[in-house]
Design a protein around this ligand. Sequence first.
Ligand code: GDP
Length: 378
Amino acid sequence: MFDGLREKLGRFSDDVEEDVEEEDTEEEPNTESATGPAESATAGPEAESQAETGAAPDTEGEAAPDPANGQADGDTPADGQEDRGIAERAKLFATGKTVIDEDDLQNHLDELEIALLSSDVEMSVAGEILSGVETNLVGETRKRLQSTGNLAQDALREALYDVISVGQFDFTQRLADAEKPVVIVFTGVNGVGKTTTIAKLARYLEEQGYTSVLANGDTYRAGANEQLGEHAENLDVPYISHEQGGDPAAVIYDAVEYAEANDVDVVLGDTAGRLHTSEGLMDQLSKINRVIDPDMTLFVDEAVAGQDAVTRASEFDDAAEIDGTILTKADTDPQGGAAISIAHVTGKPILFLGTGQGYEHLDPFDPEEVVDQLTLGE
Ligand code: GDP
């Protein structure tokens, strides 16, 4: 899952860390002959004499030091113990000691941006991650995730967590608190694994001690009845359907009545994934909302669809406000772009990941776990 992205993110952390270590070495008072990176950092004819005298190099044209980091303002000459010039030219990391040249950092951030965009992370979300990484590197905003001892990786982990944890709530707790039957309606296009996901959720709910009834609100598509009916039979859960072409709101309404009469805890209602016009789809979804007033509307799409999934999430959210997303086929997605972007773009959390074709392949979405997986490979 998300292997390609993990590799690219790992490269960012490693590259930055390497540069940080080089700068660290340069900062040590050095009586040996200056070689390698030190030369390039203080390039120019005066480099050698600076190294000998400890005088600050010319800061002309460089960015002003960040006042927030409490560094000297550059007026005071170095005390001879270490070369303050590099620190003045550099961004300070959160330790207050570790430095990296601002241009180097910018290069790494540019590379990170390319890595994110090429993994199908939505553009505004990539921007948010980049500014988060930068802020986390120069500030002290790291609170939630445990430090890995690698500053660049920590900054990245925190920035990723911030975008993918948007709107998170405890699905199981909400279910426990809600009056029964809880009605959950599923939206999304055909072929992404919506029907399978409804069946998986019925299995998941059973494991949590809840009974459920499946309702086929996709009265438009030929074969939809048989498909969901088969899952209901496999799982041994009740199933409500009408003739093809019937009113989807009426089907779900019947399922709610069935649940009330039979003390069933949760109604899981499918809806059509495609109609002739998107207007027809919107009308149908808003009618279901009016007639049923579901407790939750969950959008289902496939992780592998990347940006398309993100765009569809917004469109479906406009048609019938969603409470969260379930991303299927995460097991076959090397990119992770949709998983990273969708919560931030819709403002609604990812609640589950589909991780295979079996009924048991549905995992509650845990932002911290996903960040670990993306950055630590755990
Ligand atoms: P629907 O048209 O959206 O209802 O899609 P289906 O539920 O019929 O699923 C389409 C295909 O995707 C089926 O072959 C499913 O087994 C497969 N599928 C669904 N979820 C997952 C998943 O999480 N991982 C994988 N690998 N395949 C899945």
